[in-house]
Unconditional design. Structure first.
Length: 337
């Protein structure tokens, strides 16, 4: 008889579950849902709503104190690293350009410091914007060079950089992400699958599965959101117009087939992650069920709960175990009542 599989680690972007993005709202929602992990991105920790990269030392101390009180740990830093222009050219977008060495020494190192402060091994990031209207493959060489440097800085801090598949970036498909991963060839850089980010580019369920397969060898973790009613294929996606995000058991990404396939190589993937000090395979909910855009999304506490239950139904169906809090977690010293 085969031994039971270790549970996948359920997490999520906590800001999506909070109506006003206060840290108390985020932690209340996640604790009530039974989650043990969260990805930290936007929050109001006393100084107004800010990205994690901009938190003051006082705000960081408050977050650390409160997350301990609510029994939460950080799964990853939801940084915007790599969501800037690769080249300093005007292309009709509002995307910023920052000279790369300045970016590396300031922003990347800041993300690494935050990851170590919050006790996570993972930093989420992106693959740079190529000039709008150009072929992303023409920019692979420069992107590989810069992302390789980011991976090396992360490695120096004992961390792993995750590269998310997303529209309008150089790594907008699984195939392109895998080319970047192969070019960087550094264990400190892994890939993040996100089905909705492919479907919203007009891909079918079958095409989304092909993109998952293309990037599977470099996979590090998954963002869980889905999309319905694929739009017409286009070289550029208007992210602010996307309105059809749905839970993972209702969309066109084909999460059932992806999770079944993931289950087959699960133990090998866990062994690879363990070599980087990563505690397991994170399924990181980022549902966007009440709307999403270029730099984030919103689900509300009710929408986040619906998205979590949809994912749990899928995991039950395909036979992948997961872990939510139980009564034993809230009994002091395991005492009986």
């Amino acid at each position: 008889m085969n031994p039971p599989l270790p549970p996948v680690l359920l997490s999520g972007f906590a800001d999506e579950a909070a109506n006003n993005k206060t840290i108390e709202q985020q932690f209340c929602a996640f604790a009530a849902l039974g989650l043990r992990y969260y990805t930290i991105r936007f929050m109001d920790a006393g100084d107004g709503i800010q990205n994690v990269m901009l938190l003051s030392p006082e705000a960081i101390d408050r977050v650390l104190k409160l997350q301990g009180e609510y029994g939460l740990q950080v799964s990853s830093i939801g940084s915007p690293i790599g969501k800037v222009k690769l080249l300093d050219v005007e292309d009709g977008t509002s995307n910023r350009y920052i000279p790369f060495q300045d970016y590396l020494q300031r922003d990347v190192r800041r993300a690494c410091e935050l990851a170590n402060t919050f006790g996570t091994k993972l930093i989420r990031g992106f693959s740079f914007y190529h000039p709008k209207g150009t072929n992303p493959e023409l920019h692979l060489s420069q992107a590989i060079d810069q992302l390789g440097q980011i991976a090396r800085v992360c490695d120096q801090h004992g961390l792993t950089f995750g590269l998310e598949v997303e529209a309008n970036l150089i790594g907008q498909t699984g195939k392109l992400l895998q080319k970047i991963h192969d070019g960087v060839s550094d264990p400190a850089m892994l890939l993040i699958f996100d089905g909705a980010n492919l479907v919203c580019q007009g891909m079918t369920t079958e095409q989304t599965y092909e993109e998952y397969q293309a990037m599977k060898n470099g996979l590090g973790w998954l963002h869980i959101k889905d999309y319905k009613k694929p739009i017409a294929r286009s070289s550029h996606v208007d992210e602010e117009s996307l309105k059809s995000f749905v839970p993972a058991d209702q969309g066109d990404s084909g999460h059932e087939a992806i999770l079944r396939d993931l289950k087959q190589g699960y133990q090998d993937l866990l062994a690879k992650l363990a070599q980087r000090g990563i505690p397991g395979l994170f399924l990181d909910l980022e549902p966007h069920v009440k709307g999403g855009g270029q730099f984030g999304g919103f689900s509300g506490p009710d929408g986040f709960g619906i998205a979590l239950r949809g994912l749990c139904r899928l995991l039950d169906y395909v036979g992948l175990p997961y872990d939510l809090r139980t009564f034993d977690d809230i009994r002091p010293n395991g005492s009986q009542h």
